[in-house]
Ligand binder design. Structure first.
Ligand code: CA
Length: 224
């Protein structure tokens, strides 16, 4: 699995590159738009993580050009909070997803996995937290020698919790990321699915627990 990372903030590029490498991806880094475009045109990548504000050629122009050249590599755009318009333009130019800076590494990894899955590219990296592992191919939650099948929503919620390990995931985060819109009636669903996941963690005899931070959201504990 080969990823092209185009990011001009050298410190950030190196840190993200190191994380991706640790996760088992092969990573090439370009620190400006021109170098990024040259590498992208080689069509040698499974995924491109592309910053928008770049020297020489900006990210949106890089994206437009590679799509003109009929290179269909999935692209995850990195945007600053102030670049909302660019985000919309980016999706119009053929980006597959975007991530707003600053982002957690867990979220970046989850977005990359989701993007690869949508493109039908097999993802063999299973998210882990403490003694639990999510088997992406089988849709199972595993603890030691025990495993249990998760429903689609349960799976997505557990993936979100693992990708934000050490942080609180709000009910609003769950609703907007999993149901795709902000609807009051979905807030109760979050509680229902959290209770299903807790039962399954107990069945698996995992040390991991889903803690409620009342009025805020949920987080994983007990794993580390
Ligand atoms: Ca930049």
């Amino acid at each position: 699995m080969k990823i092209l990372l185009v990011e001009d903030e050298i410190g950030l590029a190196d840190a993200v590159g190191a994380i991706l490498h640790k996760e088992g991806y092969e990573v090439d880094i370009a620190n400006d738009g021109k170098a990024g475009l040259d590498l992208a045109l080689s069509d040698a990548y499974d995924c491109i993580v592309l910053d928008i504000m770049l020297p020489l050629i900006n990210g949106l122009d890089v994206l437009t050009y590679i799509r003109v050249k009929e290179i269909e590599t999935p692209v995850l755009l990195l945007t600053a909070k102030s670049e909302i318009d660019d985000k919309i333009k980016g999706l119009d130019c053929g980006a597959d997803d975007y991530l707003t800076k600053p982002f957690s590494t867990g979220e970046l990894l989850a977005r990359i996995r989701a993007m690869l899955r949508r493109k039908g590219i097999p993802v063999d990296i299973n998210p882990k937290y403490g003694d639990i592992t999510l088997d992406i191919k089988k849709g199972e939650l595993i603890c030691g020698t025990h495993s249990v099948v998760l429903g689609r929503k349960e799976f997505q919620m557990m993936e979100l919790l693992i990708s934000h390990s050490g942080q609180i995931v709000t009910k609003e985060n769950f609703v907007t990321k999993i149901w795709g819109y902000n609807n009051e009636s979905e807030y109760n669903n979050v509680e229902v699915y959290i209770s299903f996941l807790r039962k399954k963690l107990t069945m698996l005899r995992s040390d991991v627990q889903i803690k409620t931070r009342r009025g805020i959201g949920y987080c994983l504990t007990g794993g580390k």
